[in-house]
Design a protein around this ligand. Structure first.
Ligand code: SF4
Ligand code: SF4
Length: 136
């Protein structure tokens, strides 16, 4: 595989296992996320924050249900898939991988869709390709 031809799909394919939607992962919400999701679930911003968020480090994160999953995990799919938070949409193509490529392997320990059998330059190229594609 050549680094100049790597596509995001070459380094990651979601297996829909739901593991990334479980545990206290700290899914931070931007203002745009909150506007989109509160509108999607049909409540105003204040109700949304109270019902679906907790604060962490001064920022709102999505609350966990009692089963340990994100409150929007419906057992097989994200219930807010069309408007899911930026963090969830972008996973695992995070800028932090470009800062330190070892973050990819650390993240892959809880995400079976991430390939760990490829050289670092291929991983970096795949992450860059995703970020370039979504910046357009
Ligand atoms: S942990 Fe990875 S493979 Fe599993 S649902 Fe999340 S993104 Fe997909
Ligand atoms: S918002 Fe959706 S994709 Fe994100 S953690 Fe919750 S269930 Fe998973």
């Amino acid at each position: 595989m050549r680094a100049d031809r790597v596509l995001p799909e070459d380094i990651f394919a979601c297996r829909r296992c739901g593991d990334c939607c479980r545990g206290y992962g700290g899914t931070y919400l931007t203002e745009a996320d909150m506007a989109a999701i509160s509108s999607y679930v049909g409540v105003d911003r204040a109700v949304f924050k109270g019902r679906y968020c907790v604060m962490s480090g001064g920022r709102p994160v999505i609350r966990q249900a009692e089963n340990g999953y994100c409150v929007f995990w419906d057992g097989g799919l994200c219930a807010i898939h069309p408007v899911k938070p930026r963090m969830c949409r972008q996973w695992p193509f995070l800028e932090s991988v470009l800062v330190d490529v070892s973050n990819w392997k650390a993240m892959a320990s809880c995400c079976p869709g991430m390939r760990t059998d490829l050289p670092d330059e291929i991983i970096l190229a795949g992450v860059r390709a995703y970020l370039e594609r979504t910046a357009a």
